[in-house]
Structures are given as structure tokens and as C-alpha cells.
Design a protein around this ligand. Structure first.
Ligand code: TRP
Ligand code: SF4
Length: 335
């Protein structure tokens, strides 16, 4: 049997996750975890790069992310699930990488420029761009290199970071005359981005998201509030699903060909009202999420179990990471 290729991916602990995370990331990870030797981690150091002064909710956020992952089927039997700060080897590797990374490589990072702008616009007076934030892409390279990953499942916005990781790896291998580190490739997610309930990109800060952990009533309320085809005034007016961005898009995500065609037909012929259509969609969404929510509820009652999973995953990650770190120290020729 050939050994499985390794993947590493991480997520910042932003708190309770939404359906965009589910369809955009977690459903994909769930599938990948049986094909690859998978390392999934909660990037709490990365959270500190911009929110170093908002740590009162950090622990809670980490726990909520872990709950959502586990409820969605990220399985500790298949994947190594850990918290970044619980694997200190990553910080050590980051030090070595920070020495060989030219300053202008990090300064031209496009994501970093966006984050710096957002920080300034958010009125963070004292914190323009911290030393740590500048090192964000190098820390991410350490995350990936720590397990010598072959692939990194990420969205397109993260591609420059994987490119930088490859640059750093080439420089490391060259400098220390080794071929130890593998140049990883991004593993792009094919799933379309899920829109928020107002038609914009789904995001916590836009207040337009449906949380994995929302209850049925909240979910239904949110769906019922979506804007539909604006040209439809009466329930028997013929509708235009293509102008009904949110609800019809959700139907496409949440059901099969047959159902999609049925809704499309009924809508075009004016045989279903938007309220009824949304109510049916909400029912569908709630049905699909029911087992996930039930699992989350059970885990929620047992936070100890979740903490144990993170602890065990982090210990396993530490063991694997130490092997890589020892090799790094050897080739760098540390004392
Ligand atoms: N930067 C990623 C994001 O904001 C999160 C992340 C940190 C990550 N380290 C990583 C993703 C390593 C993949 C691999 O979404
Ligand atoms: Fe959208 Fe459904 Fe109304 Fe058609 S019937 S416009 S698909 S909400």
C-alpha cells in the first residue's frame, strides 16, 4: 500500500461557523480526510495577529469552532485535529523561517495589505501593523511545513500564501543544502461561495449568515426574510428564478436536480408563492442540518470530551512536528 499524501489546513477561531464554512470548507475536508493523511487545526495564533487585544472570547471561539467541526463530521479517528498554540514546535519553526525570509517577500503579500487596511479603517490607533501581523504569511508557511504537507486545501484567496511557502521552502532547501521539505500545492475547493441571506458574501460581520448551530426557528426566520424576485408582486405572477439570487441559489445547494426543476417550473408558471417557496426551503435546510445540530448539541453537553479530543490531537501533532523540527535543527546545524 502506498502511503497517503498529507494535507494541512487551518481556520481562524472566529466563533460559531456558518453555512458558508460548511459548504465552502468543512464538507470538503470531510471528504478529503479519508483520502489523505489530514491535519486540521484552529489557528489561534493567527487570530492574535489582528485581535491581540480581544482575547476574552478566544477560548470560547476555539471551542465553538471545534464543536462545529466535529458536528459536521471532521473525525478525530481519521484526521489529526489540533490547536495551533498547543503545538509549540510551530513557533520554533516560525523562528527559523523568519530568519531566511526576505522582508520584501512578506511586505508584498496581498492578503496582508488588505488586512492592514482593514485594521486601520477599523480605527485601531495604536496597532497599525504589528511585527506579528507582518509575519503572518511566514507563520502560515510554518503551519504547512511543520507536517511537510503535499497539499493545502484552501480557497483562492490563500493561494499567494501557498506560493510564498513554496518560495520559502526553496530558499530553505537551497540555503541548508537539503531536499527535506516538499513544495506543497494548493488543493482548490470547487464549491461555489454561498451567499448571505441579503445576497452579499456570507459573513459573521455582515449579520447575514445562517449558523450551523442556529435553531430551526431562527433559520426559518432568516430564510423568510430573504429578498426574492423583485418583479413579482402577486403570488401568481410568473417568477424568474435567475433573479432570485438567494432563495433559488440555496435550493441549488440544498436539493437535487428533480427538486430544483420542480421549483423552477412552479416559480415560472406562478404556481408557488415566494413565502411558500421559502417555507419549503427552510424545512429542507432544517432537515439537512438536523443530524449535525443534534450531534453538536450532544457534544455541547460534554465540552470535556471536546477538550480531550483537542488535547489528544495536539499531542499527536506535537509528536509528528518534533520529528520535523529535529531535522530542521540538524540541517541548520544548531548546537
Ligand atoms: N490563513 C488562513 C485563513 O485566513 C488560515 C490558515 C492559517 C491556514 N494557517 C494555515 C490555512 C495553513 C491553510 C494552511 O483562512
Ligand atoms: Fe424565488 Fe421561490 Fe419566489 Fe421563485 S417562488 S422567486 S424561486 S422564492
Amino acid at each position: 500500500m502506498t502511503e497517503k499524501k498529507r494535507i494541512v489546513s487551518g481556520m481562524r477561531p472566529t466563533g460559531k461557523l456558518h453555512l458558508g464554512h460548511y459548504f465552502g470548507v468543512l464538507a470538503n475536508w470531510k471528504k478529503l480526510q479519508s483520502e489523505y493523511d489530514s491535519y486540521f487545526f484552529i489557528a489561534d495564533w493567527h487570530a492574535l495577529t489582528t485581535k491581540f487585544d480581544a482575547t476574552d472570547t478566544l477560548c470560547d471561539n476555539v471551542l465553538n469552532v471545534a464543536l462545529d467541526w466535529l458536528a459536521c463530521g471532521i473525525d478525530p479517528e481519521h484526521s489529526t485535529i489540533y490547536v495551533q498554540s498547543m503545538v509549540p514546535q510551530i513557533a520554533q519553526l516560525h523562528i527559523y523561517l523568519s530568519m531566511i525570509t526576505p522582508q520584501n517577500w512578506v511586505e508584498r503579500d496581498p492578503t496582508l495589505k488588505d488586512m492592514a487596511r482593514a485594521l486601520r479603517e477599523g480605527g485601531h490607533s495604536e496597532a497599525q501593523v504589528s511585527y506579528g501581523l507582518l509575519g503572518y504569511p511566514v507563520l502560515m508557511s510554518a503551519d504547512i511545513m511543520m507536517f511537510n504537507a503535499h497539499y493545502v486545501p484552501v480557497g483562492v484567496d490563500q493561494i499567494p500564501h501557498v506560493e510564498l511557502t513554496r518560495d520559502i521552502i526553496r530558499r530553505f532547501n537551497n540555503t541548508y543544502k537539503t531536499d527535506f521539505f516538499i513544495e506543497p500545492e494548493p488543493l482548490l475547493t470547487q464549491i461555489p461561495l454561498m451567499k448571505g441571506i441579503d445576497g452579499n458574501k456570507m459573513g459573521k460581520s455582515f449579520n447575514n449568515d445562517i449558523k450551523i448551530s442556529d435553531d430551526e426557528e431562527t433559520t426559518t426566520k432568516k430564510i423568510m426574510s430573504a429578498i426574492t424576485d423583485r418583479s413579482r408582486l402577486r403570488r401568481d405572477d410568473p417568477g424568474h428564478p435567475e433573479d432570485c439570487e438567494v432563495v433559488f441559489d440555496y435550493w441549488k445547494i440544498f436539493s437535487d436536480e428533480v427538486k430544483i426543476e420542480e421549483i423552477e417550473g412552479l416559480c415560472r408558471m406562478g404556481q408557488i408563492g415566494c413565502a411558500q417557496c421559502k417555507r419549503e426551503l427552510a424545512k429542507r435546510v432544517n432537515e439537512l442540518l438536523a443530524p449535525i445540530r443534534e450531534k453538536r448539541r450532544q457534544l455541547c453537553e460534554n465540552p470535556k470530551v471536546v477538550r480531550e479530543i483537542l488535547l489528544e490531537g495536539s499531542q499527536k501533532a506535537q509528536k509528528d512536528a518534533q520529528i520535523v523540527l529535529d531535522k530542521v535543527k540538524e540541517v541548520v546545524r544548531m548546537y
